[in-house]
Design a protein around this ligand. Structure first.
Ligand SMILES: [Zn+2]
Ligand SMILES: [Zn+2]
Length: 216
C-alpha cells in the first residue's frame, strides 16, 4: 500500500470506529474525565464520514481530569480561553465583513484573532454568536484515553491523518474557509497544530480502535 493510500484507509477507519460512540451536544453529557474529543459540524460530510466529517480533534494536553472543563471552555468560555473559539469567531466576523476593523491590520493580527488581546465593544457580541453556533450547529464524540502521553501522541497523529486525507474535503460553504489560519483552510479542520505532521501508523491505529471499543 502506498503511503497516500495508508493514511486514507486510516481516515476511513477512524470515522467508522467513532460511530460507535454517542453523539453529544453538551459537555455535561461526557461520562468520563480524560480523553480526546471529535467535533462534527452541520452540513459537513465526506466519503469517509457520510454521517459526518470530523472537523476538529481536541485534547486537554496538560491536565489530567480536564476533558469536561476543556469542552466547557469551548462552549461557554471566551476567545482567549479557546483557539477553537478564536477561529470560529474570526471566521464569522470575516464572512460578514472581510474588512472588519476587529480583524485589522491583517489575518491573525487583529485583536480578535490575537491571543490575550481583549475583545472590544464591537466584537464582544461575537462571543455569544460563537456559543450559539457551537450549541446549534456542532456536536461531538469522545473517546476515553486515560494516559496523558498516549492521549497527546494520538491527538497529534489523528489531526495529521485527518488533515492529510485527500478523499475528505470541506463543503463549498464551510465556515472554515474564512479562518485566518492557512492550515485550517487547507486541512478542512478547525486545527492548526499538528497539521502536516507524520500520520498514524498501523500499530497506533490499532491502539486507537481498541481504546474506542473500551470507551464507555
Ligand atoms: Zn473588536
Ligand atoms: Zn478521509
Amino acid at each position: 500500500m502506498t503511503h497516500e493510500a495508508a493514511h486514507q484507509t486510516a481516515c476511513g477507519a477512524i470515522h467508522e470506529a467513532l460511530l460507535a460512540e454517542p453523539l453529544l451536544t453538551s459537555p455535561d453529557q461526557v461520562p468520563f474525565a480524560d480523553g480526546l474529543y471529535f467535533f462534527y459540524e452541520e452540513g459537513e460530510l465526506c466519503n469517509h464520514g457520510s454521517k459526518g466529517r470530523i472537523v476538529r480533534v481536541g485534547n486537554h494536553p496538560r491536565s489530567q481530569g480536564g476533558l469536561v472543563r476543556r469542552l466547557k471552555l469551548h462552549y461557554s468560555g471566551n476567545k482567549n480561553s479557546s483557539v477553537f473559539r478564536k477561529f470560529l469567531g474570526g471566521a464569522l466576523l470575516r464572512r460578514a465583513d472581510p474588512n472588519d476593523p476587529c480583524l485589522a491590520p491583517a489575518p491573525g493580527k487583529g485583536h480578535w484573532e490575537r491571543q490575550d488581546e481583549k475583545a472590544c465593544p464591537r466584537c464582544r457580541p461575537t462571543e455569544a454568536l460563537v456559543s450559539a453556533l457551537l450549541r446549534v450547529h456542532f456536536s461531538f464524540r469522545c473517546v476515553r484515553i486515560s494516559d496523558m502521553n498516549e492521549r497527546n501522541e494520538l491527538e497529534a497523529r489523528l489531526v495529521a491523518t485527518l488533515a492529510a486525507c485527500r478523499v475528505c474535503q470541506p463543503s463549498s460553504s464551510w465556515l472554515g474557509q474564512y479562518a485566518y489560519s492557512e492550515k485550517v483552510r487547507a486541512s478542512g479542520l478547525w486545527n492548526s497544530q499538528y497539521v502536516g505532521d507524520p500520520t498514524i501508523d498501523q500499530l497506533t491505529l490499532g491502539r486507537l480502535l481498541a481504546l474506542v471499543s473500551a470507551s464507555p
